[in-house]
Design a protein around this ligand. Structure first.
Ligand SMILES: NC(=O)C1=CN([C@@H]2O[C@H](COP(=O)(O)OP(=O)(O)OC[C@H]3O[C@@H](n4cnc5c(N)ncnc54)[C@H](OP(=O)(O)O)[C@@H]3O)[C@@H](O)[C@H]2O)C=CC1
Ligand SMILES: N[C@@H](CC=O)C(=O)O
Length: 428
């Protein structure tokens, strides 16, 4: 087979890793595919910027057309990020019959269906393994490994930056802002780290996993999202005291034909395998009706792990080229999803309240739970010597979201409740 020419859109953290792997593993890649891979053109914003790898200046371009309209290029790897331009370049490249590999979850979560439909029309491959959980081959696992099963729950730590931050806060008492800066320096964070810390990046990944796992047209707007910027050292300390670690979890559940998807900081029981996933590592728990529980673990961000997934996708495209089956799988639009109502979503909950420290308050609080038929697993009261208030931590049994909202609404109107400090879902 003649060498396969690859054009890169982007040479940042991930693009640099792709060049390193393609160049460093050339022989292994060729022996698997029967063709040499050659990176022939690379789009960057600034050709004169200093790079951490030696790259021939002739390969760099600031014009996207030198990649996407280049007749020599067979495969375009999009690792520049962003949505509008990336979408435009990918659609233009598909129009010209080029296969696409991308790490762009923002794009795939928002416009995946349109891009896949276009690829199918043009007989092209679009692979996006690196868009979820960096180096973990979770997309291939859902699409191929579990094609025989009916998945009912996908629960994961799918953002490396926030897991890195929470781990350092929990294990070293580090300050949130300092650790975020470290995660940025290590190349884990998005160009705008708000995406990471406010849970949007994880929401995009859960949109992709929910779509593939449940074969439903999940939209980003179907995911309820809250991030970690409000998680305090106090929450982490109380969680630990009760045997929990705070993790930003993406949780997608299906019951019959109804689904729910959320991203939220969650108290995970220390005995649960997700509680010991630390640092930049990600893990995805997949429950299938037939297979039962499975879990996939690995580095969720960073140059080389993410590039591993990109280059694996390149290998898949080249293998399809050899067999002449690119884009032949056909794109079938996913079925219409039905979202669960608040009454259908249930979980255990952790609630930290600041309350008046006087007789009878605990009874008033527990009465509210009873009125809304929420039963309690444990209650811990902690007097605060500096203020005439106490802290009460409550763990509920499984309760539906509608009842929990009513409980919290009732607390807001009670004089003895000074503040609802935190509310977390509990898993494990
Ligand atoms: N970092 C990670 O760990 C992971 C990232 N991803 C995804 O991979 C993609 C890339 O991320 P990452 O490598 O971290 O990003 P970087 O910011 O490190 O790199 C972006 C690259 O794209 C180039 N670029 C950006 N915008 C343009 C533009 N408008 N025109 C031309 N070139 C442009 C930049 O050029 P220049 O170098 O000249 O500035 C740079 O080389 C994103 O979609 C991200 O979400 C996915 C998984 C993990
Ligand atoms: N910013 C993302 C990068 C990988 O997708 C993360 O931290 O997980």
């Amino acid at each position: 087979m003649k060498p396969i020419k690859v054009g890169l859109l982007g040479l940042g953290t991930v693009g640099t890793g792709v060049v390193r792997i393609v160049e460093g593993h050339q022989q292994d890649l060729e022996s698997q595919t029967g063709a040499a891979l050659e990176i022939s053109r690379i789009l960057v914003q600034d050709k004169n910027k200093s790079r951490s790898i030696a790259i021939s200046p002739d390969k760099l371009t600031e014009s996207p057309w030198e990649v996407i309209d280049n007749p020599e290029i067979d495969i375009v790897v999009e690792v520049m990020g962003g949505v509008d331009l990336a979408k435009q370049y990918i659609l233009e490249a598909l129009e010209r019959g080029k296969h696409i590999v991308t790490a762009n979850k923002d794009l795939m979560a928002l416009h995946g269906q349109e891009i896949l439909a276009k690829a199918s029309e043009k007989g092209c491959d679009v692979f996006y393994e690196a868009s979820v959980a960096g180096g973990i081959p979770i997309i291939r696992t859902l699409v191929e490994g579990f094609s025989s099963d009916r998945i009912t729950k996908i629960m994961g730590i799918v953002n490396g930056t926030t897991n890195y931050i929470l781990t350092k806060m929990s294990q070293e008492g580090a300050a949130y802002a300092d650790v975020l800066k470290e995660a940025q320096e290590l190349g884990y964070a998005e160009a705008d780290p708000t995406s990471d810390v406010e849970g949007f990046d994880a929401a995009r990944k859960m949109t992709i996993l929910g779509t593939l796992g449940f074969h439903a047209n999940v939209a980003l707007s179907d995911v309820s999202v809250s991030g970690i910027s409000q998680v305090s050292k106090e929450d982490i300390a109380y969680g630990k005291r009760l045997g929990y670690e705070v993790k930003l979890l993406g949780i997608a559940e299906r019951q019959d034909d109804h689904i729910s998807i959320s991203v939220q900081p969650t108290m995970v029981k220390q005995s649960h395998p997700l509680a010991s996933v630390n640092g930049v590592f990600n893990a995805v728990y997949v429950y299938g009706e037939a297979v039962g529980e499975t879990m996939f673990y690995g580095p969720g961000a960073g140059e080389m792990p993410t590039a591993t997934s990109i280059v694996a996708d390149l290998v898949a495209v080249v293998r399809n080229l050899k067999l002449g089956i690119n884009g032949k799988r056909g794109y079938t639009p996913y079925k219409e999803k039905k979202l669960k109502t608040d009454e259908q979503i249930s979980s255990k909950n952790f609630i930290l309240l600041h309350v008046e420290d006087k007789a009878g308050v605990l009874a008033q609080i527990t009465q509210v739970f009873a009125e809304h038929e929420v039963s309690l697993e444990s209650v811990l009261q902690h007097p605060n010597k500096l203020n005439p208030k106490a802290e009460i931590i409550i763990i509920t049994h499984d309760a539906n979201q509608a009842s929990m909202k009513n409980v919290l609404k009732a607390f807001e109107t009670m004089d003895v409740v000074h503040s609802i400090k935190s509310v977390y879902r509990v898993e494990g």
